[in-house]
Design a binder for this molecule. Structure first.
Ligand code: MRU
Length: 398
């Protein structure tokens, strides 16, 4: 993506392979702040506290986190402990486990002395793979947007939720890849950007990157989408995903399900951009089995933004002591999904089609009980207090 006219990725390793540079997305849209992460603890913090976020970017960042740990200790114990710790930094996006498992598959058979170089090479390959995958998703999604454009006068109106854009990946984004491809191909477009409470990834991040790419867009309150659909202002919905079950249930940012319901009621296509690294063939029933992250109540009770004097301030929205719950993701049943835009083309949200894709992530531990535990912890949050959102396993020994 271009930032102020300059091509940039969302993460890049230091040439000496002793650090990873990332954008601290908490500072956007007000400031583009690059941070140097020098060890696995810094990487874990950046993922858990959402300096970096978005399923594919979390995966690529974690891969470099494991590579950083291999600079320090690369015996079997250090490797397994680091992998387990990183994998739990955020529970919902399966790309995290996918990337860590991909590194483990390469590193486990190697002698410890060979692991450092191999880890950095594999992390680089994961980052490059992400860019190739998103480029292909863009190509396949472009055809869908061109087909809509051919049927109507005026711009194609796309509605998107959260940020499944450049900032959520290494480059291009998933849901935004078709939009960027269509914009580059001269397809007239306009994007409705859901603000995406509580963290406002739409208003803060998607709007920021669409502006840098020159794509016409309008930020809307999350509740406005249904109304716009009823009045013919939306042609199709494209969202990203954090985990898709074998039968095609789609887990994505909280509020996605409501957009799918509204699209269904208005007979509008609801597409999900899905790299196959987000497909979890080990789970069948997405509603029952995908672990939903519950985050701090403070994300609901407070908002931050730029004040008139230019300083970024946080304000409280609710009466002192108000309880708040913050489920960060929801699951859209497969029956509401028109199709999955993958790097291999458009795929139906059904088990036979998804198993045929054959490139899903490795099986891994699922954490339904942790999901219940998280919910208990988060509902205890009250305005004016801070609560931890999920269990923190032990960091690896240095
Ligand atoms: O909590 P976040 O900001 O990490 O959630 C991000 C999303 O839900 C995205 O839509 C999803 O990860 C797809 S990113 C290509």
């Amino acid at each position: 993506m271009k930032v102020d006219g300059r091509a940039m990725r969302t993460l890049w390793p230091a040439p000496a392979r002793d650090a990873l540079f990332v954008i601290d997305q908490r500072a956007l849209p007000h400031r583009l702040q690059v941070e140097r992460l020098g060890d696995i603890a810094a990487v874990h913090r950046a993922i858990a506290d959402m300096w970096v976020r978005g399923a594919p970017l979390i995966g690529a960042t974690a891969a470099y986190g494991l590579a950083l740990q291999m600079n320090r200790a690369c015996d079997d114990t250090a490797l397994e402990q680091a992998a387990a710790w990183l994998q739990q930094a955020r529970p919902t996006a399966v790309n995290l486990a996918w990337a860590v498992q991909r590194l483990l598959a390469v590193l486990r058979p190697l002698a410890p002395a060979a692991r450092r170089d191999a880890a950095w090479t594999e992390a680089d390959a994961i980052a490059e793979h992400d860019v190739q995958v998103n480029t292909a998703i863009g190509r396949h999604g472009l055809a869908l947007l061109q087909a809509v454009a051919a049927r109507k006068a005026g711009p194609v109106n796309v509605l998107t939720h959260c940020n499944a854009g450049w900032l959520a990946t290494v480059d291009r984004g998933t849901a935004t890849a078709p939009i960027y491809a269509a914009h580059a191909a001269g397809v007239p477009l306009h994007v409705w950007v859901d603000e995406t409470r509580p963290r406002n990834q739409g208003a803060s991040l998607t709007a920021w990157e669409l502006a840098h790419e020159g794509v016409p867009h309008t930020v809307i309150a999350d509740n406005a989408g249904g109304h716009l659909m009823q009045h013919g202002e939306v042609d199709l919905v494209i969202v990203g995903c954090d985990r898709v079950s074998a039968r095609g249930d789609v887990c994505n940012k909280i509020g996605t399900y409501l957009k799918a319901l509204a699209a269904h009621d208005n007979a509008l296509p609801f597409y999900v951009a899905m790299p196959t690294s987000t497909l979890d063939l080990s789970l069948h029933d997405g509603l029952a089995q995908i672990p939903i992250e519950y985050r701090s109540a403070r994300e609901v009770t407070h908002l931050s933004g730029r004040a008139a004097d230019g300083t970024v301030v946080e304000v409280q929205l609710v009466p002192d002591g108000t309880a708040a719950a913050n489920p960060a993701f929801d699951v859209t049943p497969a029956r509401l999904v028109t199709g999955l835009i993958t790097e291999h083309g458009l795929v139906a949200a059904d088990e036979a089609a998804l198993r045929r894709l054959g490139d899903g992530p490795p099986r891994h531990e699922r954490t339904r009980s942790a999901c219940r535990l998280d919910r208990g912890a988060a509902t205890a949050g009250r305005a004016g207090t801070e609560s931890r959102q999920h269990r923190q396993p032990q960091p690896p020994a240095r």
